[in-house]
Design a protein around this ligand. Structure first.
Ligand code: PLP
Length: 402
């Protein structure tokens, strides 16, 4: 198990107060807080190491390039990728999915081809596929929020050109059996992208064990900075893909007659990249590896079980999403109270949760709701914070009963 007290001390923001109350931060699926080593890595970069990468022969440029490329090696190891060249740094999960949609899927599409997603996707794993000249097929989920796997398998046809599924649902917390999904798709020769935005903070991920072709995640959801994330792509696939954006750094040579593109992964990193973001992401990966992903997963499983029990006992509260396996987040509604009111009243007590559609409107529509409230957990959360949430929710119920 993790020593939560010790880990909490690594996060300066957790010592702050909100409206005179200690901050209870339960909005981690939206973004996580940052440990001091990530904040320091970014500060140190600007104070001691700042320079552009892949460009100069001077000391600082070589140093910044080394730090940037070291972060790539660490990211590859983190996902158990076979080669650091399989990691492309991007702005986040959203950009990674757009890159794959435009650069891998679009050139391969024939008329009436299909892209298969699930009903529990984040908008970032829906809209990029809608921009393609392809038919979007949607595999159903059941009333618990589990993917209906037999139906999913049935929907893979000769027309299916690509499968894109989330590893963990941000709105329901459902953990998808992605290894099985990949096997089903590969049995029909269909490549698979896994959206790992809500998975990497909560469990060890091994892309080679999953067998997926693409895996994407965002730095800010795993204790790193915003504006940076990673795309993992199997090397032969990445090498077959044309550039997504163009400009400096993604070329070997340019003339007005002919431009020769750089090797992968640099071919996909046009322009000056988010250097401090990548360095911060490397520090965040070191941090979670230091804490231990198995230990984090065990701690968060305890929090999820505890919160499910405690919240179920709050009168008129209904948990939305009761899948067989869940991670990271619990969505719920209170009878007769709009989720936004729940969030606003809790905020007065220093408790931060998310309310709304969670960028997953089809999930809301599936459950006949406009919005839910969502508590989401990180390695630094405690059972006491869940008790504070439950007490706050009881007060919300009282306010609305009065
Ligand atoms: N996919 C899932 C499951 C998410 O939860 C999110 C963000 O909430 C995203 C994709 C998009 O991540 P970002 O906005 O960091 O690109």
């Amino acid at each position: 198990m993790t020593d939560v007290g010790r880990l909490r001390a690594d996060f300066p923001i957790l010592r702050t107060e909100v409206r005179g109350k200690p901050l209870v931060y339960l909005d981690n699926a939206a973004t996580t807080q940052k440990p001091k080593i990530v904040i320091d890595a970014i500060g140190r970069y600007y104070e001691e190491q700042n320079s552009n990468v892949h460009r100069g022969v001077h000391h600082l440029s070589e140093l910044a390039t080394k730090l940037y490329e070291d972060a790539r090696v660490r990211t590859a190891r983190f996902l158990n990728a076979a080669d650091p060249r399989e990691i492309v740094f991007v702005r986040g999960a959203t950009e990674a999915i757009n890159l794959v949609a435009q650069s891998f899927v679009r050139p391969r599409l024939r008329s009436e081809d299909e892209v298969l997603v699930t009903h529990m996707e984040h908008h970032s794993n829906i809209v990029p596929w809608q921009l393609l000249p392809a038919v979007l097929r949607v595999a159903p989920i059941d009333d618990a929020g589990d993917l209906v796997l037999e139906k999913f398998e049935e929907m893979i046809s000769e027309r299916t050109r690509f499968v894109a599924v989330t590893h963990v649902s941000n709105a329901l917390g459902t953990v998808n059996p992605v290894k099985r999904i990949v096997e089903m798709a590969h049995a029909r020769g269909v490549p698979v992208l896994v959206d790992g935005a809500q998975a990497v903070p909560h469990m060890p991920v091994d892309v080679r064990d999953l067998g997926c072709d693409f895996y994407v995640f965002s730095g800010h959801k795993i204790y790193g900075p915003t504006g940076v994330g990673a795309l993992y792509a199997r090397l032969p696939l990445l090498e077959s893909m044309p550039p997504y954006q163009s400009g400096g750094d993604m070329i070997l040579s340019v003339s007005f007659e002919k431009t020769i593109f750089n090797h992968v992964p640099h071919r996909f990193e046009a322009g000056t990249p988010n250097i401090e973001g990548v360095i911060g992401l490397g520090a965040a990966i070191d941090y979670v590896r230091g804490a231990g992903l198995d230990a984090i997963a065990a701690h968060e499983r305890d929090l999820m079980d505890y919160a499910t029990g405690v919240l179920s006992r709050v009168k008129s509260l209904r948990i939305v999403g009761t899948a067989r396996e869940k991670a990271g987040a619990i969505s719920f509604v209170l009878d007769g109270v709009h989720p936004h009111d729940v969030g606003t009243i809790l905020d007065r007590e220093g408790i931060a949760i998310r309310t709304g559609h969670h960028c997953a409107q089809p999930v809301m529509e599936r459950f006949g709701l406009a919005a839910t409230a969502r508590a989401s957990f990180a390695l630094y959360n405690t059972r006491e914070e869940i008790d504070a949430l439950a007490a706050g929710l009881r007060r919300v119920v009282e306010v609305f009963r009065a």
